[in-house]
Design a protein around this ligand. Structure first.
Ligand code: EPZ
Length: 419
């Protein structure tokens, strides 16, 4: 099992090229199933999760190739609508093939995704929304069996809570439904807008982008197109956090400040100097120790839950103390015991964590538990005195392309060891 060996203490300085967003690439790949003619998706990050979904889509009979950062697909050869547990269990976003399969082929059998470290991750909202469009859905033996006689029918969908995946599944399905679908309490994450923009380029009719109410007028069919995945706002925030953590100066390129304004404002509250370009962002910590800042995770455009662990790590060496409230997932503080082993002072009460900054963290063997927690441990190791061994880093390979190379390029002493 791979581990990272990280020698802490270096100020990180330099430039990092940001990859396409994992959380945009996954729904975009699922939506490619709708296209009657071949299509090309560029700026696709080379990640485990992406490779898993490409393999699953290939298993449906779709002709799909993935070379460099480009995926080319031809869904006209699709010959089955079955997404097996073996693949879905390793990548829960596979549930996103349910909407397109149902919309285009009138039937789908998709394994229920398991939960994961951060929570039970149910999909009840996805199923309720598809039923509102006329799908008959049965869940048995761990599989969702969905079918519809003829086409899905447009209707009104109201989500009980903001759900990114739920919004994506129903948005994709509604593009081919008969009539108009109104999606209320829709998620407004930039990845949803990216998905809507590609669907529109494929011939879909969607209004209300960036709002919590999407209005979709169904069409008969969608054609292929060329599209590029939006930049990864969480990867961007994670590398900027590395500069804040080590008193350094990092410029992230091929990104967009508008995707993570709430996070940039938190870095400024910490005392960092943040410069915003059209497609780049530079964070300069000027050798200073960051000020600990409080925040609450909420749906976009507020503070993203996927940056919570990373900013907790920065707070751990911050001046003063801060309160972090995790309102999206029920168990997203798995990084706390590991950070505490490195000397962090964090008290958890339910979904709130009070972090009191310490002068220095110290190296210790730690274990990654989930994707973003893994990055927070890497951040802590970069600032800690001594050499830290981070175990179970297969989690991090799910969501951070070329992480060692990118960190080494800005001065980190990190290497992957296999034991
Ligand atoms: C997406 O997950 C992201 N994953 C997550 O990123 C991200 O943390 C999350 O959105 C919130 O922003 C991808 O896009 C592949 P949700 P998703 O449905 O869609 C509850 C990362 O680190 N809920 O918005 O699964 C759910 O349990 C990952 O890159 C239901 O109860 O998240 C959670 O508490 C982690 N029933 C809340 O809603 C449902 O049917 C938000 O979940 C659906 C969701």
């Amino acid at each position: 099992m791979d581990k990272f060996l990280i020698q802490g203490g270096n100020k990180l300085e330099g430039e990092v090229r940001i990859s396409g967003a994992k959380n945009a690439a996954l729904p975009l790949l699922a939506a490619m199933i709708l296209a009657e003619t071949p299509m090309t998706l560029r700026n696709v990050p080379n990640l485990k999760d992406v490779n898993t979904l490409v393999k699953l889509i290939g298993g449906l009979g779709v002709t799909i190739s993935y070379a460099g950062d480009t995926v080319i697909s031809d869904a006209s050869t699709l010959d089955n609508q079955f997404a097996p547990y073996e693949l879905v269990k390793t990548m829960r976003a596979s549930i996103l093939v349910l909407g397109p399969l149902l919309a285009r082929y009138g039937e789908a059998k998709v394994s229920l995704p398991g939960g994961c470290a951060i929570g039970s991750r149910p999909v009840d909202q996805h199923l309720k929304a598809l039923e509102a469009l006329g799908a008959q859905i049965e869940v048995e033996n761990g599989y969702v069996h969905a079918k519809v006689d003829g086409r899905l029918k447009g209707g009104e969908v109201i989500f009980d809570m903001v759900t990114v995946g739920g919004t994506e599944n129903i948005l994709i399905a509604a593009t081919l439904a008969e009539g108009v679908t109104t999606i209320r309490n829709a998620a407004r994450e930039p990845e949803i807008t990216d998905l809507a923009q590609m669907l529109i380029k494929m011939g879909a009719k969607i209004e209300g982008l960036d709002t919590d109410t999407l209005i979709v007028t169904g069409v008969e069919k969608l054609h292929g197109c060329e599209y590029a995945v939006v930049a990864d706002r969480i990867e961007t925030g994670s590398y900027l956090a590395a500069a804040a953590m080590t008193g350094g100066r990092v410029k992230t390129t091929h990104t967009d400040p508008a995707l993570l304004e709430c996070v940039l404002e938190k870095f400024e509250e910490m005392g960092a100097e943040v410069t915003r370009g059209d497609d780049w962002i530079e964070l300069d910590m000027m050798g200073k120790r960051p000020k600990a800042v409080s925040f609450r995770t909420l749906p976009h455009p507020d503070f993203p839950t996927d940056m919570q662990a990373q900013l907790m790590a920065v707070n751990a060496i911050g001046r003063g103390f801060a309160t972090i409230s995790e309102t999206i997932f029920e168990n997203r503080f798995m990084h706390v015991p590991e950070l505490s082993r490195m000397g962090a002072n964090i008290q958890v009460e339910g979904n709130d964590a009070v972090v009191t900054g310490v002068d220095k963290l110290s190296a210790a063997p730690v274990m990654a538990t989930d994707l973003r927690a893994s990055f927070s441990l890497v951040l802590a190791a970069l600032a800690a005195e001594g050499e830290t061994l981070v175990d179970r880093i297969y989690h991090i390979d799910r969501g951070y392309e070329d992480i060692e190379a990118k960190l080494q390029s800005i001065g980190a002493q990190i290497k992957r060891v296999s034991e």
